[in-house]
Design a protein around this ligand. Structure first.
Ligand SMILES: Nc1ncnc2c1ncn2[C@@H]1O[C@H](COP(=O)(O)OP(=O)(O)OP(=O)(O)O)[C@@H](O)[C@H]1O
Ligand SMILES: [Mg+2]
Length: 568
């Protein structure tokens, strides 16, 4: 069309690319555990009094497939509601203030799977619905359809079964991780029972991966009881008293510039031993925490909530110096917050509202830190810290001296070698020996990294230029045992002090590659006992240098206690 040519006015009706929107929403949930939150919210919205959440791995055509069952005895779905279940953006709950659901997005997280089966009944009418290959179809740019069969014999409620969720990745769905997630981030672990005495009882039964039974999960987020008074704590725990302190402050109110907007807050101040007492997922020294465990810094602080469930942490609202936020286990709820589509953030809320809420937080905080108890605890903490640093250093030094006296040593070519107690000791021993004995190890180190344990990049011979040489990993371990935390891929050798793996025993790497330990006795006089990790399908046998026996056999070195006359 040339300029000046007459054009008729016309209308644009914006369209949506439906498949793309389904893909966006199904993938927008950043944490795979969000599925559990959405399912529990929907069951609460359906007035369920019993919910079951079961994760399992089943074999289908020889393949391991993640199977999730989400069942509740709520109202069930009518035909229209079942349509909403699969629709994007159609919510039966919209306009119902008492309900959590509003967007019609939640169940779309289930689309990130291979198959969704729904059995639901309102008590009168029942349906069985199946959606096959939702994830694959969306990526082929088709809207997955649902086969629905009306059925009368289904009990009232809803049972959803999902196969192959999240590409079958299962590491996040252990029983412990799920239980912790439910206690913290779902409606079943919400804080409303602290503000409303008429909360309906809901029984939730969970079975996560690695558990053989259903466990009933307590309703409502847990806060510890207040501790005894400060003087009693001091008598019992002395400088550790702050770690045993706990106190809960509950506050409700409204926003200064928006008096119609109310909030509810619980600020629980907790010492670390109080937390260790009720939270099994907290990492701490001397305790093997379950997979998925976290630190106090990672989990505690101030959480902003909607529907009485934490959405986002705002530690900067209560941090005025250092990492003070870690003392708080604080939640503030406001029903006027606007959440992003994936419920991951409150940042859709008008800034004036967030600003006002922050001011309320500040007031609660000030009230707490100006109190007498806080001041005494702070004083005590400072004292304790001063005491601890002196005490710790002294203990550490004593321990090191003791260790020096205990260590086994050997002398080789005039150099004293110390029997290693850790990976770093093995590495030092290796470095010294490879300088003293050319050719003792069949590789040459070209790069070190001690970021996650010690491993080095090595090449197989001295003369090939690095640019054309094949490079490998060499791993260092104090004791090579089962539970190998690397992949065998690209490993040339392992250097360790000793190993507790026996001949013919299987060692698995992080990719589940299996290798068999082969211990081969020397057949010639100048040979040595060889340790190999063998996989018949792979050309390269990984040689394990167990320095304890290797040095004895190759260099005739044995490690003995330092004598009282030893000078180095
Ligand atoms: N367990 C259930 N029992 C009864 N109805 C359900 C259940 N789960 C989902 N539904 C129905 O499916 C619809 C869609 O669920 P979905 O979670 O996608 O949206 P929502 O809950 O309405 O809103 P939101 O996106 O905020 O979660 C709901 O409105 C409800 O009618
Ligand atoms: Mg929902």
């Amino acid at each position: 069309m040339t300029y000046g040519e007459k054009m008729e006015p016309y209308t644009i009706t914006p369209k949506v690319d439906e498949t793309q929107e389904f893909i966006e929403i199904a993938n927008d949930f950043s944490n795979p555990l969000d599925l559990v939150r959405e399912a529990i919210s929907n069951a609460y919205d359906a007035d369920a009094t019993e919910i079951r959440v079961i994760f399992d791995v089943v074999k289908q055509y020889g393949e391991s497939v993640l199977k999730i069952v989400l069942a509740d005895n709520g109202t069930g779905m009518s035909g229209d509601q079942l349509q909403n279940f699969f629709d994007l953006g159609n919510s039966t709950r919209r306009g119902n203030d008492a309900a959590i659901g509003e967007k019609g997005h939640g169940t779309k997280v289930y689309f990130n799977s291979r198959r969704i089966e729904v059995k639901t009944s309102t008590g009168d009418n029942g349906f069985q619905a199946v959606m096959d290959e939702p994830f694959r179809k969306l990526f082929d740019r088709q809207i997955p359809t649902v086969q629905v069969t009306p059925q009368s014999a289904i009990p009232k409620g809803t049972e959803i079964t999902i196969y192959g969720y999240n590409n079958n990745r299962r590491d996040k769905f252990t029983h412990q991780i799920l239980k912790d997630y439910i206690n913290w981030f779902t409606k079943h672990g919400s804080i409303d029972k602290h503000f409303d005495t008429e909360i309906k009882g809901v029984k939730l039964l969970l079975q996560g991966l690695g558990s053989n039974d259903l466990e009933q999960i307590d309703q409502g987020h847990f806060f510890p009881e207040d501790s005894k008074n400060i003087n009693q704590l001091l008598d019992e725990h002395m400088v550790k008293a702050p770690d045993y302190y706990s106190k809960k402050i509950i506050k409700t109110g409204f926003l200064k510039n928006f008096p119609e907007i109310t909030y509810e807050a619980i600020f629980s101040l907790e010492g670390k031993y109080v937390r260790y007492g009720y939270n099994a997922m907290l990492r701490r020294p001397g305790y093997t925490a379950p997979e998925g465990a976290y630190t106090i810094q990672e989990r505690y602080g101030l959480w902003v909530c909607k529907d009485y469930m934490p959405i986002q942490r705002k530690n900067e609202w209560i941090t005025f110096k250092g990492s003070e936020y870690t003392k708080f286990h604080a939640f503030i709820n406001c029903q006027d917050l606007r959440l992003t589509a994936n419920r991951g953030s409150v940042d859709n809320t008008p800034t004036e509202i967030l600003q006002d809420l922050k001011e309320e937080v500040r007031k609660i905080y000030d009230g707490i830190v100006k109190g007498d108890e806080w001041t005494s605890m702070e004083w005590l903490e400072e004292e304790a810290q001063a005491y601890q640093t002196v005490d710790k250093e002294k203990k550490n030094f004593d321990w090191r001296i003791n260790k020096v006296n205990r260590a086994n040593i050997a002398v080789h070519k005039g150099v004293t070698l110390v029997e290693p107690e850790r990976e770093s000791g093995v590495f030092s021993l290796f470095l010294i020996l490879s300088q003293l004995e050319e050719g003792l190890f069949p590789f040459y180190v070209v790069d070190y990294d001690t970021h996650e344990g010690i491993d080095v990049i090595a090449k197989g011979d001295r003369n090939t230029p690095i640019s054309s040489a094949k490079l490998f990993y060499v791993e260092f371990k104090r004791t090579l045992s089962k539970g190998f935390n690397h992949s065998f891929e690209n490993i040339h050798s392992i250097v360790c002090w000793d190993t507790d793996i026996k001949h013919d025993e299987i060692l698995k790497d992080i990719n589940s590659e299996e290798r068999k330990m082969q211990i081969i006795s020397p057949d010639a006089k100048d040979d040595y006992t060889r340790y190999f990790l063998d996989n018949p399908k792979k050309a390269h046998k990984i040689e394990v240098f167990c320095l304890n026996s290797y040095l004895k056999e190759r260099l005739d070195l044995s490690f003995n206690p330092r004598s009282s006359k030893s000078v180095i």
